[in-house]
Design a protein around this ligand. Structure first.
Ligand code: FAD
Length: 429
């Protein structure tokens, strides 16, 4: 019986293996770690945000390469869209819960999702081999070979689902990119994405570590040279800002980090602008601050403007606005209020870089999509080779879009590989 080899037992690899086996193929799933789905267990803070019901899934993806990510992601996300992914789990009797379109297992546990996938691997007799790190793949005598340092697995088709470089301790250490290159596939640059950003001026981090607040953040290139960015990349997001000693994060920054990464990759200078009071326009905020200053009289500015934000952040804002925290708030109250309101509405932070791969949720970049047929996930260069998941140059925003891509592309690749070997069987007979 003909065999499909799948390299990598993350969500993409497990989905590919299950789908190929359901379609009648004999499947061997090869995983470098001692257990499947280690990264899956970390997702959504352990709750696993497995897809997103918002319309227009394909348009959410971006790519670092030449191709249009939305066009490339179209066939997989149409064939196996959010409803199909939800249906896959609900058909196994797993209740789901959605909040603003973000879908989680009702158990709020990523372990449930992993258990469901593992049960289907068993149900369809997929041979799961753990602690089998593949170091080489090649096509020889019409078969695909996947080699560990001590063993060679052979199959009629091979699906490469080895993930990215994000959080390498989960097993996704970038070795999959090398395997793709061995098969002749080109790679884009690979960068951390959905990650914390490191400002050029580290004073905010040094002085305000531990502060969390709501912001509206926007990102742009310093001199406005960002027209080359695809529309799918966000420019403005609202959400929580978290300030750490080395970087800034939180959902708004995570979403915009995808855009920052592309600007950095193009050699541009991204500038993140924070609006700490999106609920007020600058004039109204100025009025409030004038009242605060006048009401405080001779009290020091740090006390008078203490209503603004966490004390550490107020001190930092005052410093940036050129106001000593000790000076009397009432003196030149209007001037002080105007300067502070202007700053609080426009905290400009030029960005030097991102946290490293160990601290990011996904990678931007990967296997160039031009070498892969989006209708099947088949290599255009090497017959019988397929790709799925984050190894490809496709990344999505927070909200379940990256797991949606892993499941959709995995299912499509599994189905296509099974059809490929079935066609071969017919030719053989
Ligand atoms: C902390 C965190 C939270 C996240 N939360 C969410 C979320 O809530 N929703 C969402 O949509 N996305 C989330 N993501 C992103 C999501 O987890 C990934 O996009 C997704 O796991 C990618 O699936 P994959 O199967 O392509 O790769 P991976 O999950 O990385 O799996 C790849 C597998 O291949 C194995 N492997 C690698 N190289 C080899 C080799 N040479 N030989 C054999 N095996 C190999 C690895 O050990 C691994 O098991 C999160 C990521 C992180 C890090």
């Amino acid at each position: 019986m003909k065999t499909v080899l799948v390299v990598g037992a993350g969500p993409a690899g497990m989905a590919a293996a299950i789908m190929a086996a359901r379609e009648g193929a004999k499947v061997t799933l090869l995983e470098g770690e001692n257990a499947p789905g280690k990264k899956l267990l970390l997702t959504g803070n352990g709750k696993c945000n497995l897809t997103n019901l918002a319309p227009g899934t394909a348009a959410r993806y971006a790519s670092l390469g030449a191709g249009d990510a939305g066009v490339f992601a179209g066939p997989a996300t149409e064939a196996f869209g959010p409803e199909a992914v939800c249906g896959f789990f609900e058909d196994l009797g797993m209740p789901l819960a959605a909040r603003d379109g973000w879908v989680y297992p009702a158990s709020q546990s990523a372990r449930t999702v992993l258990d469901a996938l593992k049960s289907q691997l068993s149900r369809y007799h997929v041979t799961l081999k753990c602690s089998e790190k593949i170091v080489k793949i090649r096509q020889k005598d019409g078969l695909w070979e996947a080699m560990t340092p001590t063993w060679t697995y052979r199959g009629d088709a091979l699906i490469l689902c080895a993930g990215s470089k994000a959080v390498p301790e989960t097993g996704s250490d970038g070795s999959g990119y090398e395997l793709a290159a061995q098969a002749g596939h080109g790679l884009t640059g690979i960068y951390p994405a959905l990650t914390a950003l490191v400002p050029e001026d580290t004073s905010l981090c040094r002085q305000c570590a531990g502060v969390r607040c709501a912001v509206t953040a926007s990102i742009a290139e310093a001199s406005g040279q960002d027209a080359f960015l695809p529309d799918s990349l966000p420019r403005r997001e609202s959400g929580e800002l978290q300030i750490a000693a080395d970087a800034i994060s939180g959902i708004a920054v995570f979403q915009l980090s995808r855009t920052a990464v592309r600007l950095l990759e193009a050699g541009k200078r991204p500038v993140l602008t924070l609006d700490l009071f999106a609920q007020y326009d600058e004039e109204r905020l100025t009025e409030l601050l004038i009242r605060a200053a006048r009401a405080a009289g001779d009290l020091p500015a740090a006390k008078a403007f203490g209503y603004l934000a966490a004390p550490k952040l107020v001190t930092w804002l005052l410093g940036r606005a050129g106001i000593s925290p000790q000076e009397s708030a009432g003196k030149n109250a209007e001037e002080k209020a105007r300067a502070l309101a202007r700053l609080a509405k426009h905290v400009e932070l030029p960005i030097a870089g991102t946290r490293p791969f160990t601290g990011c949720q996904v990678c931007a970049g990967g296997v160039e999509t031009g070498g892969v047929d989006p209708a099947t996930m088949a290599s255009r260069l090497a017959p019988g080779l397929y790709f799925a998941g984050e190894i490809l140059d496709i990344d999505g925003p927070c909200g379940g879009f990256n797991l949606q891509w892993a499941f959709a592309s995995g299912m499509l690749a599994g189905k296509s590989a099974a059809a490929y070997i079935a066609d071969g069987r017919e030719e053989d007979s």
